[in-house]
Ligand binder design. Structure first.
Ligand SMILES: C[S@@+](CC[C@H](N)C(=O)[O-])C[C@H]1O[C@@H](n2cnc3c(N)ncnc32)[C@H](O)[C@@H]1O
Length: 328
């Protein structure tokens, strides 16, 4: 485990590498600026309470813009939120101990990051574990509409060790498949970071998220971090996760401030990055943080039992599992 350099340096180096690998992007500065504006607008103002802000992250320009504008901030916010919540006990780090006792059975901390983007949540979690001097390897599944984020992770992971991440295509509007269930049942901790605000307005999201979380094992943890403003996102999530058997262990709200120090040495690149990104960089964000845990006495076994019965009858395995049917 370990991150070699600062999170801003990772972000800059990754963006720099992308721009260098795609030399023609430099000549497309206008498109790059448009990408920065698009990504910025998607997560501000009215977009916070509507689904108007969908960004095509299969486009490397949009990925680069996200990496610069949000990746370092979200890593830091995740580290901060997790550190406070896991430390927030009169009796010592009971929840961290409990999480690590789950991990000790598999000799790795299994993470399932929903809408995890380029692996932001994993990096933030790694930073928190480092802070508490925990040295478990991480095995993570990132479920995201754009598994193409794995290209970005390929560049990020050069700065982090002992962490294996698998990117799985997941669209909240679609029925879940076995590959999603497999990631969920094996997870010790789930992360939902700035994801619910991106999908909450979709009519399917409520049932879809509840269905997915119903497969989570009793005793597993869930870390939620999202905007305080833009609607009752935390209330929505608490209700949905609650129906799937999760309860809030601890939560808090804070205004998290960010500063972006430019570390790139090359003066020309430095100026271009600064011009393109600085005015759009997020400076302050009011966020809700919550740690949840799945109740031990929930009836999570029901869908598993149904799958077994189907298998015994010798029917062909269905690839896609209907959300409503699963919860009927
Ligand atoms: C604001 S980003 C958050 C990414 C990461 N958790 C972070 O904090 O940096 C929202 C993520 O949700 C994904 N996403 C948006 N709509 C989605 C949908 N309908 N189904 C699945 N993933 C979606 C996006 O691809 C993106 O990676």
């Amino acid at each position: 485990m370990g991150i070699h350099v600062s999170i801003h340096a990772i972000s800059e180096q990754v963006v720099y590498t992308i721009l260098m690998e795609n030399a023609q992007l430099w000549s497309k500065k206008k498109s790059l600026r448009q990408a920065v504006d698009k990504v910025h607008n998607a997560y501000s103002g009215r977009s916070l309470s509507t689904v108007g802000g969908h960004v095509a992250y299969d486009d490397v320009l949009n990925q680069a813009a996200y990496m610069y504008l949000y990746f370092p901030n979200h890593c830091q916010a995740t580290n901060y939120g997790l550190s406070v919540l896991f430390n927030h006990s009169l009796f010592g780090n009971v929840h961290l101990d409990s999480l690590l006792s789950l991990a000790s059975k598999t000799r790795a901390l299994n993470v399932c990051s929903i809408g995890g983007g380029p692996g932001t949540d994993i990096i933030g979690l790694t930073m928190m574990l480092e802070r508490f001097n925990v040295r478990y390897p991480i095995s993570a599944s990132v479920l995201d509409h754009y598994p193409q984020w794995c290209g970005m992770w390929g560049k990020i992971k050069q700065h982090i060790v002992n962490c294996a991440v698998n990117f799985v295509k997941y669209e909240v509007k679609d029925d879940i498949e076995r590959k999603h269930i497999s990631a969920v049942v094996n997870a010790h901790i789930f992360t939902f970071i700035k994801f619910i605000s991106a999908v909450r307005a979709l009519p399917e999201s409520r049932l879809a998220i509840k269905t997915l979380l119903t497969w989570a094992m009793p005793g597993t943890y869930l870390f939620y971090a999202d905007n305080r403003d833009g609607g009752q996102t935390i209330a929505f999530f608490k209700a949905v996760a609650g129906e799937a058997g999760f309860y809030s262990v601890s939560e808090f709200t804070d205004a998290v401030s960010f500063s972006h120090n430019f570390t790139v040495q090359d003066q020309m690149i430095h100026c271009i990055l600064k011009n393109l990104f600085q005015s759009r960089s997020q400076k302050l964000i009011k966020m809700n943080f919550m740690l949840m845990k799945k109740r031990v006495e929930t009836t999570v076994a029901a869908p598993v039992a149904r799958r077994r019965r189907r298998g015994r009858r010798g029917k062909r395995k269905k690839k896609s599992l209907n959300n409503a049917a699963l919860l009927a």
